[in-house]
Each structure stands twice: as structure tokens, then as C-alpha cells.
Design a protein around this ligand. Structure first.
Ligand code: ADP
Ligand code: MG
Length: 367
């Protein structure tokens, strides 16, 4: 099926509430059919951004284009956007089926067609048999699913979801994540979904937009965000990592199109070898950090040669079934490492443990 999705382009948008700046210079392009998650902690401006896109709030500065058209003067009900907002109430005097049918009635579809679509949708959101209930007779999670159904029933070309699965427990949340992804991809809707759940952002999105204090920290694919965080905030926000200062860095062109960075760090007690994409070098004379994920750290085998090795004292450890999470102490650094259970059990913990990591499995951070 040909995708119905529209392109959304947010350009230099800022938003003030009185003198408080809730959004600063937001730039974001969502291609037709893309699923984009806005990820950030509470109060970072996620809902405000959605409201500005929807037209519930005017931007103080900047422009928003939908399919190339500046929508500054298009009221929200004419933007044809499917929406599910936090606490976006269902109509209390309408049943589940009537709530879901509402957007179709507005669009004057035939009754038989409405009934069929609504009944399919009720099955899809796993509320079969509950079509005649009123919202007050539903749990929070059930109400949220009705809200979602009402937002997507008429196949909107642009869909805005504000924490759409927040009220669901874990299993149902996973199931609904899968369903939302399937529906939006099948129809090719462009979807912007707000969440504070990293795993949800990772599992659903083509791209993730990390927001902090009203500013975009990085807008990229989940892989790029995780493996090549733009800055220290993103590196620390996404999962667990280790941030290590790098001194006296010297940059040379590698023969693989990448840049070799050799510096010193407390971790490696001397030479530390890293690799980076050439374009990410900002300045030769700043003292950067590098991010080293726990899973990029491995036990070094005797007699093998590695880019980097270090010795650490393992302090705390937590057994997690498949693997062990531990803290490794090197000088003043306390690193997070993850180890295979069997490897961990074979270690002699009275001695320092020798670890290694690849130059490539690091990310250099300048801010
Ligand atoms: P999030 O959805 O990421 O939790 P919001 O976009 O709701 O964040 O809010 C961002 C910031 O703007 C918060 O500091 C919040 O207190 C403030 N804010 C939100 N709405 C208003 C409003 N109508 N008037 C004044 N301040 C607001
Ligand atoms: Mg919010």
C-alpha cells in the first residue's frame, strides 16, 4: 500500500510560557512514514513540542511545515492530525464504540463502514465485548487504548502520541508497542511519539529525538544514539556507560577513512587508542572524554594483543541470571562492566582482573 504519511518539518521553533523558555530552537524533520520518538525526562518540553505541532499552542518563534505548507495559520482541527494526549479525556457520555467511531462520524462515513471499522479496532486493542461500556467503567489502561483507537481509526497521515502506553502494565505495553508499530508502518503514517521509556523508544523508532531542558541533544537513529552519542548527556541518558577523560589527544588519519586518536587516560595508565569518524572532531586542543559501554569491555586473554588493556579490582557485583553486573575500580575511576556468568565464576577475585576494549567501540565526546 502506498504510504499516506506526511512530512513534518519543525524549523527553529522556540516557545515561551511567559518569561519561561520551554523550547529553544527546535529543528526536526520527520519524513513521510517515519516513526520518531521524542525521549526526555519529565519537564524537558516533550508535551509542549507536541502541542506546538498540533496547534494547541503557538510557537513564539520559528515555523512548522506539514508537507511543505507553513501551518502557522491553520487551526488545530484543520491540521488533520491524529492525537493522543496525556490525560486526553474520552467523551464520558459516549460508549467505547461511540468514542472510537467519533472521528469517522465527523468525516461522514457510512454507518455500515463505521460499524465494521470500529468492531475491528475494538478487537485490535483487545477490548472485544466491551464496546458498550462507558469510559468510567474501564481501567486506566483500557481507557488509554480507547484513546489510541480513536486517534488512529481514520488513518491520519500524521499521528502525535503523548506517552500513549504510560498507563499499561509491562506485558500489555509490549503488545501494544508491537501493534502501534505494525499499524503505523502498514499505513505509512508519520508518527511522533513521546516517551520517557528508553526501551520503548528503541524498539519502536526509526529515529529518536533526545530532548533536555527544551533543547534537542541529538536526533538520529537508535544505533547512532547508542553507539555514537553526540554528547555526554546523551551517552549517560541512554543506558549505562562509562565516561573517561582523555588527555593529550593526537589525531591522525586512519587508512579506513576514520581518525585514530591516541591520548592518555587514567584508565589505561598511559597510551589509550581510540577511533572516531573524522567528521566528529571538533578541536584538536580541547580535552575530550570518551564513552565506553560496559558491554564493550571484555576479559583480556593471556598472550593476545589488544588495542587497549587495563587492570581493575572488581568490587561490587550483582548476579542477573544471564550475566553479572560489576564495578571495576581503576585509580579514581569506578567502571560499570558486564560479565558472562561463567567467565565471572572462573575469575580469581583476590587478584586484579585484566580487561580489554577495541579502539572502535568507544565514542569521543567534546561536550
Ligand atoms: P514534558 O512533557 O517533557 O514533561 P512539558 O512540555 O509538559 O514537559 O513542560 C515543559 C516545561 O514547561 C515544564 O517546566 C513545565 O512546567 C512548563 N510548562 C508546561 N506547560 C506550561 C504552561 N501552560 N504554562 C507555564 N509553564 C508550562
Ligand atoms: Mg509530557
Amino acid at each position: 500500500m502506498k504510504g499516506i504519511g506526511q512530512e513534518l518539518s519543525v524549523q527553529n521553533v522556540s516557545k515561551y510560557y511567559g518569561s519561561f523558555k520551554a523550547l529553544t530552537d527546535i529543528n526536526l524533520v520527520c519524513k513521510p512514514g517515519e516513526f520518531v520518538s521524542i525521549l526526555g525526562s519529565s519537564g524537558s518540553g516533550k508535551t509542549t513540542l507536541l502541542k506546538v505541532i498540533a496547534g494547541f499552542e503557538r510557537c513564539s518563534d520559528g515555523k512548522i511545515f506539514i508537507n511543505g505548507k507553513d501551518v502557522a495559520n491553520v487551526p488545530c482541527f484543520k491540521r488533520n492530525i491524529g492525537m493522543l494526549f496525556q490525560n486526553y479525556a474520552l467523551f464520558p457520555h459516549l460508549t467505547v464504540a461511540q468514542n472510537i467511531a467519533y472521528p469517522l462520524k465527523l468525516r461522514k462515513l457510512k454507518k455500515a463502514e463505521i460499524d465494521k471499522k470500529v468492531s475491528d479496532m475494538i478487537d485490535l486493542i483487545k477490548l472485544t465485548g466491551l464496546g458498550d461500556r462507558y469510559p468510567r467503567q474501564l481501567s486506566g489502561g483500557q481507557q488509554q487504548r480507547v484513546g489510541l483507537a480513536r486517534a488512529i481509526i481514520y488513518n491520519p497521515p500524521l499521528l502525535l502520541l503523548d506517552e500513549p502506553l504510560g498507563a499499561l502494565d509491562k506485558n500489555l505495553r509490549h503488545e501494544m508497542q508491537f501493534e502501534i508499530k505494525r499499524i503505523t508502518h502498514e499505513l505509512g503514517m508519520t508518527t511522533i511519539s513521546v516517551t520517557h521509556d528508553q526501551e520503548e523508544a528503541f524498539s519502536m523508532s526509526d529515529k529518536i529525538c533526545i530532548v533536555s531542558a527544551g533543547q534537542i541533544q541529538q536526533f538520529a537513529t537508535p544505533e547512532q544514539i547508542y553507539e555514537k552519542p553526540a554528547n555526554r548527556f546523551v551517552a549517560e541518558f541512554m543506558g549505562t556507560t562509562n565516561i573517561i577523560p582523555l588527555k593529550d589527544a593526537v589525531y591522525t588519519d586512519g587508512d579506513d577513512g576514520k581518525t585514530l586518536v591516541v591520548g592518555t587516560s587514567e584508565l589505561t595508565n598511559g597510551k589509550c587508542v581510540l577511533k572516531t569518524e573524522t567528521k566528529s572532531i571538533k578541536s584538536q586542543d580541547t580535552n575530550p572524554f570518551f564513552a565506553l559501554r560496559p558491554e564493550a569491555i571484555h576479559l583480556a586473554k593471556e598472550g593476545s594483543v589488544y588495542d587497549n588493556t587495563f587492570e581493575a579490582e572488581l568490587t561490587e557485583s550483582i548476579y542477573l541470571g544471564q550475566y553479572v553486573k560489576a564495578k571495576a575500580k581503576v585509580g579514581s575511576l569506578l567502571l560499570n562492566v558486564t560479565l558472562d556468568v561463567r567467565e565471572y565464576r572462573a575469575l580469581d577475585l583476590t587478584q586484579k582482573v585484566k580487561f580489554c576494549f577495541d579502539a572502535e567501540h568507544t565514542a569521543i565526546l567534546y561536550s
